[in-house]
Unconditional design. Structure first.
Length: 487
């Protein structure tokens, strides 16, 4: 059997991280089995349609490295199938079920439906359309139904679920699922405005697109019996199903916007690296080996196995995501990092730095940060001499005799022909040994004069990066201000 899967989001806003995982699993499964992965925009619910949402979805999927097959010519290189362009097809098959007696007209008003809902609630039951007590072609008969249709009465078309029996299907993740027909609602297939519901359009499209495996979120599990019945009504082969576990927050509740960021674009804006984010998303509910957590996209494809996806909800652990981003940041090449860091520096008002210098900054700080965007604020002293100095640090590290101790060291540093990490380190070490001073007694004053901060990269790396002339200027300026009582 040829493997054909689809990711079918609705254009209702941002791309949820759960949606990205669904798209990713479909993509991994298709690539693993040499199949096709199709993008389909399910926009039949026009009340929830958001302008430019489709473009946003596609842009974020492309960023994540998820490529789709069978692009439509008018949609461009990433052009998806769009349900709103296929309404005639859904209407045709909705009417076919009417002709077969497997669907019926329902004329209930919103007030009548609300009254039924309240009655069922008072009786302690859950909402399920009661076709034997409502206004539809089953209770009204052919003559009254024809009269209402001829008079222009508003109606919907509902599927006619068998009153007895069971609906059975196998879920790759959950095993065999059995649902009594009495628990399946007579779902609306065509709405009063002629638009199809998700359920009809979904099944019709999956059939004609020859989808072999439906891989989607757990929230669609209750709808699957309706879909299985529709396949049976039409006499079509049913695809294999796999319903992915929910994503949970750290309180084990369903991940939602109320509890923080859930949109892919929010994580991108915060500076998460693509490969780290995709790696993290892939392991939400599945881990191919259990002995490691860092995988390339090629490894994820090679190892992907739907049957190993967990049933239980997966916790979206932000601490783990941050850790993973750090691991990828450490391995990021300087060439890849420089353009990103340059943009972040420009945001912070720092421009006209040479790429070589930016690259050295990155190499010095990449293991000290979680995001590249954190570097500009941490390294402001690398672009200009500090104007402020940490008071607590100065009070602790600058003693009455410190100036007399550092002056001869500065004099020795000024004689160095090369101003590198090793040369400045060796010079300082030799000076301290000769003077009988611990290196820490001078290292902290040097850091204070150069950076104004108590923390940063290695002192000798910092000196080499700032350069001899600038270091000597800062030492001189600081000592002069100290003598003048300005500090």
């Amino acid at each position: 059997m040829d493997v054909r899967v689809r990711f079918a989001p609705s254009p209702t806003g941002y791309l949820h991280v759960g949606g990205l995982r669904t798209a990713l699993y479909n993509y991994l499964f298709a690539r693993k089995h040499g199949g096709k992965c199709i993008l389909r925009i399910e926009d039949t619910d026009r009340t929830r349609f958001v302008e430019n949402a489709t473009e946003n979805l596609i842009e974020n999927l492309r960023w994540a490295g998820i490529e789709f097959d069978e692009s439509l010519e008018k949609g461009g290189e990433f052009g998806p199938y769009v349900q709103s362009e296929r309404f005639d097809l859904y209407t045709k098959y909705g009417l076919e079920l009417l002709e077969k007696g497997l669907a019926y007209y329902a004329f209930d008003t919103s007030e009548e439906l609300e009254a039924m809902r309240q009655r069922l609630q008072e009786e302690g039951g859950s909402f399920k359309y009661d076709r034997n007590k409502m206004r539809n072609s089953i209770t009204l008969g052919n003559e009254e139904t024809k009269r209402l249709l001829d008079s222009g009465e508003k109606y919907v078309i509902r599927m006619k679920v068998p009153e007895d029996g069971e609906v059975k299907f196998n879920d790759i993740i959950r095993g065999e699922v059995t649902v009594p027909c009495k628990d399946v609602d007579d779902q609306i297939l065509l709405k009063s405005d002629g638009f199809p519901t998700y359920h009809l359009a979904n099944v019709v499209d999956d059939h004609f697109m020859q989808i072999s495996h439906v891989i989607r979120g757990e929230e669609w599990l209750p709808s699957t019996p309706k879909h299985v019945l529709l396949y049976q009504f039409f006499g079509w082969d049913t695809p294999d199903f796999a319903h992915l576990p929910l994503l949970l927050n750290d309180k084990k509740a369903k991940l939602s916007k109320r509890h923080g960021d859930v949109a892919v674009e929010d994580f991108r804006a915060k500076g998460y690296l693509k490969d780290a984010f995709v790696n993290f998303i892939a392991l939400l509910g599945w881990n191919p080996t259990g002995d490691r957590e860092i995988y390339s996209m090629e490894e994820l494809i090679d190892l992907f196995d739907l049957s190993k996806v967990n049933k239980a909800g997966a916790v979206f652990d932000l601490k783990k995501l941050a850790w993973m981003n750090q691991q990828y940041l450490k391995e990021l090449s300087t060439a890849e990092a420089v353009p990103v860091l340059k943009v972040e520096l420009e945001k912070a008002g720092v421009a006209n730095l040479r790429d070589e210098y930016i690259g050295k900054i990155f190499e010095l700080f990449k293991e000290r940060v979680t995001f590249i965007g954190e570097i500009p604020e941490m390294t402001n002293y690398l672009y200009a001499a500090p104007s402020e100095f940490e008071e607590a640090y100065m009070a602790k590290r600058w003693k009455a005799d410190t100036a007399d101790l550092v002056r001869p060291l500065i004099e020795k540093l000024s004689t160095l022909s090369e101003f590198t990490h090793d040369s400045t380190h060796d010079c300082t070490k030799a000076f301290c040994e000769e003077a009988g001073i611990k290196m820490g007694e001078l290292m902290h004053p040097l850091r204070l004069m150069l950076t104004g901060k108590s923390a940063g990269a290695g002192m000798f790396d910092t000196m080499a990066l700032i350069g001899k002339e600038e270091c000597l200027n800062r030492f001189s300026s600081f000592l002069a201000r100290k003598e003048a009582g300005e500090l």
